[in-house]
Design a protein around this ligand. Structure first.
Ligand SMILES: Nc1ncnc2c1ncn2[C@@H]1O[C@H](COP(=O)(O)OP(=O)(O)OP(=O)(O)O)[C@@H](O)[C@H]1O
Ligand SMILES: [Mg+2]
Length: 568
């Protein structure tokens, strides 16, 4: 047990643990029943890892079961379980009741009361919800009453009232009501009485079981390598068992066989589910560091962590990085960097739309954020991109309470998440950012993206010329870099595009001169929104963030005032 607990904390095993694991492996090796290969058994760290793997496979469902058991012991009388997988949830509830020897009955409108657990119980007769509640009230002994689909009826004032008084009265008994529902909308009057639990999506072990069952169907052709099988199951994480079953079946039907090539199909299906979650958007990021000019310090930081989410990194004892905040002037490449990280680390990129998190009903926003983050966790390892975080927080006008709560939910999640989700938060208005967001330890690093230096501007021109299939050597990059002092990446890109239009309209190739003229026509943000840039700089000077560029922030700082004089 001690071994398990220590392993959970993800640190490297101590000598004692290695010795202990060695002993365990040795026992495994010498057990004639055990078919563990000798090589595997001799490796103590591997043995530890196996144990850890075993824990994580079953963690989600057992977590639910343990918590439910605790709630029942603590005499919580009204528990709502939100699930789209009633069948699995009922199995878990039954298993909790069986192991604690509680009687367990289910009720629904079609079947009335049924025995769910293994403990015998005389079945009351209840054709309607109100009678069902009355029967619960009358029932004797220790029992859990699972009421299915009760959300269909609990808006009825009589039922609501009965549920409320029962929740109070049952406290003096050993009975609990458990409502399984797909709906997250709980009537306001019941909110204080209920404890809400969310039934987790199936874990790896359960999905493997689904795959196994499908493979055993006569006539089904499966040709999966061991790695392919693992990846297929991993790709299905986040799907419900029914969804996983459907997508595996779909993969088989498409070409008559389930093989390694079907992993993409499963991933595609999951993207669809993420799209449906309203607040999450799935990006297929193809950007690489070559698409981003400058920002060398930031790039170096990212390159150093390129393998941070691999198995080897965990084995080495490295904790998974938590996330970074990118603060800076608009158009300097914050959003671009978020996409680039996903491309560089080859991880899925999920954008959390803070604006979409705000539902019209009280309590719905937090529910949405919770659900979105849950879905995101199932895709882990992944990048969660919270773009323009301050905009989401400022949302809601008078309803600052909701923004606060949604924001609080995000912060708590960032603090407590165990799944390897790397958060990239971007912001350009620090005045609206609550101080606790940038508190030390929340992010691994806070980067400031300033106006690009001349070297960076050169690189940005190069990036955008190459992107438009032009050779940088055909242009006077040095001159353009000088003329674009005070311009951000987005403006440089704009100047290149403007110049292309000019060339295109004159039916000729565009030139340095065209770009230069386009630059002249453009009023950069560092001029038009001088105050914003100045405020950001001031903030940086207080040492709150690291510059994303090399030690050239002085140069960047110098850019801004002369330009102001020049233009006005
Ligand atoms: N360093 C850079 N290298 C190459 N292109 C850049 C760079 N910075 C910005 N760009 C170009 O400008 C476009 C807009 O940049 P991006 O959206 O990343 O800016 P941002 O910092 O997120 O701005 P905002 O604060 O307004 O959201 C990018 O898609 C890219 O084409
Ligand atoms: Mg942006």
């Amino acid at each position: 047990m001690r071994l398990l607990r220590k392993e959970r904390s993800q640190r490297q095993p101590s000598l004692r643990e290695i010795k202990k694991a060695n002993r365990t492996s040795w026992v495994m090796q010498n057990d004639p029943q055990e078919k563990t290969p000798i090589k595997k058994a001799l490796r103590p760290w591997r043995a530890l890892r196996e144990i850890k793997k075993d824990i994580s496979l079953h963690m989600y469902t057992t977590d639910f079961e343990n918590t439910l058991d605790t709630y029942l012991r603590a005499r919580f009388t009204l528990i709502v379980v939100i699930t789209t997988e009633e069948e699995r949830a009922l199995q878990s509830i039954q298993s909790v009741c069986d192991s604690s020897r509680r009687a367990c009955l289910s009720w629904d409108l079609a079947e009335g009361f049924q025995i769910l657990g293994s403990k015998a119980f005389s079945l009351p007769n209840a054709p309607d919800p109100l009678t069902a509640l009355e029967q619960v009230d009358k029932g004797e002994g220790e029992a859990v009453y699972v009421l299915k689909d009760f959300h269909e009826t609990w808006s009825n004032p009589q039922i609501k009232r009965k549920l409320r008084s029962l929740a109070q009265r049952l406290k003096f008994t050993r009975k609990s009501i458990l409502i399984t529902t797909t709906s997250t909308k709980i009537p306001d009057e019941l909110r204080d009485e209920v404890v809400i639990m969310e039934y987790p999506a199936p874990g790896i072990a359960e999905l493997e079981e689904v795959l196994k069952r499908i493979s055993q169907t006569p006539g089904i052709k499966i040709n999966l390598t061991q790695l392919g099988r693992e990846k297929l199951v991993q790709a299905a994480l986040g799907l419900s068992t029914a969804q996983a079953q459907r997508v595996f079946a779909k993969a088989i039907v498409s070409d008559g066989i389930l093989d390694d090539r079907d992993i993409d199909l499963v991933t595609e299906e999951k993207k669809q589910i993420i799209r449906e979650s309203e607040a999450l958007e799935y990006f297929s990021a193809t950007e690489t560091p070559d698409d981003v000019g400058g920002l060398e310090v930031l790039k170096e930081w990212l390159r150093l962590r390129e393998r941070a989410f691999t198995h080897q990194a965990r084995q080495y004892g490295l904790p998974a990085p938590k996330g970074i905040a990118l603060i800076g002037i608009p158009g300097t490449g914050k959003s671009l960097t978020a996409k680039m990280i996903a491309g560089l680390w080859k991880l899925p990129l999920l954008r959390l739309d803070t604006g979409a998190l705000f539902g019209s009903l009280v309590g719905e926003s937090e529910e949405r954020v919770r659900r979105a983050l849950k879905i995101a966790e199932t895709v882990a390892p992944c990048i969660i991109w919270i773009d323009e975080i301050e905009k989401g927080l400022a949302h809601g006008g008078l309803d600052s309470g909701t923004s606060q709560r949604v924001f609080g939910a995000i912060l708590t999640w960032m603090q407590e998440k165990t799944a390897p989700c790397f958060v990239v938060a971007t912001a350009n208005d620090i005045s609206q950012l609550p101080a606790e967001l940038l508190r030390k330890g929340r992010f691994d690093e806070i980067f400031f993206l300033d106006l690009p230096t001349s070297i960076e501007r050169r690189e940005i021109f190069t990036v955008h010329l190459l992107k438009r299939r032009r050779l940088p050597q055909d242009f006077e990059i040095e001159r353009l870099a000088q003329e674009s002092e005070g311009y951000v990446g987005a403006e440089i890109e704009q100047a290149v595009i403007d110049a292309m239009y000019v060339g295109f309209n004159h039916e000729r190739e565009f030139t340095t001169e065209d770009i230069s003229a386009a630059l002249q026509r453009l009023v950069p943000l560092s001029v038009s929104q001088r105050e914003i840039v100045q405020a950001l700089r001031q903030w940086l000077r207080q040492g709150r963030a690291q510059s994303a560029s090399f030690e050239e922030s002085h140069e960047a700082e110098g850019q801004f005032v002369p330009l102001q004089i020049q233009k006005s």
